[in-house]
Design a protein around this ligand. Sequence first.
Ligand code: AMP
Ligand code: MG
Length: 498
Amino acid sequence: MNVHPEPPFEHTYAGLPAHFHAQVAPTAVSAPSLIRLNDALAKDLGLDTDALRSRAGIAMLAGNRVPDSARPLAMAYAGHQFGHFVPQLGDGRAILLGELVDSDGVRRDVQLKGAGRTPFSRSGDGRTALRPAVREYLASEAMAALGIPTQRALALLTTGDTVYRERPEPGGLLVRVARSHIRVGTFEYFFYRNDQQAVHTLADYVIDRHYPHLHDSDRPYRDLLDAVIGRTAGLVAAWMHVGFIHGVMNTDNVAISGETIDYGPFGFIDTYDPATVYSAIDVGGRYAFDQQPGIAHWNLTRFAQTLVPLLDSDGDRAVEIAQHSLEAFGPQINAEWQAGLVRKLGLTGQQEGDAELALDLLTGMADQQADFTRVFRCLSALPDDPASDGGRADAVVRVLFNEPAAFDAWAKRWRQRLAKEQRPQAERIAAMRATNPAYILRNHLAQRAVDAAADGNFSVMEELMTVLASPFEDHPGYEHYARPPQPEEKVTRTFCGT
Ligand code: AMP
Ligand code: MG
């Protein structure tokens, strides 16, 4: 693949009808400084990292220089926010420079988040503070390393400007990359304007870009709905396997590509409690950890509604088709969730009682205030026969439970089940280590990195990135990043901070 000093942006989205977007250039910032460049991602996109680090490159990343190949725009979208429909949201502080085709042939958006006001900004300043930009960078890259479909972070910058939130904050800018930024809310934007033609055009565009295998289908829109339902089920189950809570699953934050986008007041569970809510704005717990499958279904129902006119010329029949597709979501995500849990236990084939065994462990963890990530990671190290190491590895897991005896009873059942697997112990341990991360972006770690960054110290973020970039490896000397927070370190509230 060629490496380009200047990105060869392409513009398929800009080619859609004019009311899909607003052409708007970024507003320059005072004194841009490049804090972090994602070299691997840049190379994937065919970009020259030296050129990106040059004055001209930094000016482009900051929005101070628009390269000739860019056609900057803000996308129009709507969305249901906490259940209430808002007919116009749109990119109020994000500007798309264009698309790049990566080394796998995948077309990806390059967007500047915090690049200044757009026609969709309403009363906002079009900027982002450094703190949430750091959180979003860390989350994007941590999730990618965990193997979860996600937007990526290409670059983090400081702007030299102050933004005013609850208090004055240093300004930041995130350059992010996604398969696209088309959301459920993009479909809703046109649907609620009764712009059938636009929904049709958007659906065709999405099939072209994200689901090209549906081209030859004789019922492409139904298949599109099924495909989005399937990807969303896989995505939300994958979140839950690592204890991730998105925090704002409004329809404007749900990507049609099946990637995680818009990291705001997200959090990762420490002590396992399925009702966990971190987001300070989610007062009702609408987006709590265990509500995510139900909310995903609710969001997909909003998506299906916009497609109904395309599903069949007979309105009743079209609604029936949509309902039928949506009914598949529950069983699908349930199956994915249980299959993943069974994998986390080191079991291969699903046998009768496996899911129950896994769910019983979760119940025990909730009852005994055990740390979700730590339990699964330490469980991975247990030998088939507890006597083989004198119970040393078991002791590490036991202390994670308030009443260790509760774990013993469960571990006995687990080992009886393992005995039926006929898989060598080393192979089972390797498989478990590859599915149960040692390192996640715990809230208190993110907080520490963000606070240091706001003081101009990026070394905490850098160190954290080292372990998050390979979360399934052990990192000698960095064990403290794998530990649950001490009671006084716990961060129980997360904020958008936008
Ligand atoms: P979010 O909470 O980031 O999902 O954003 C919801 C909506 O508010 C989107 O339309 C954003 O573009 C808009 N928005 C958020 N922060 C700002 C800001 N600082 N300036 C302008 N628009 C914003
Ligand atoms: Mg958003």
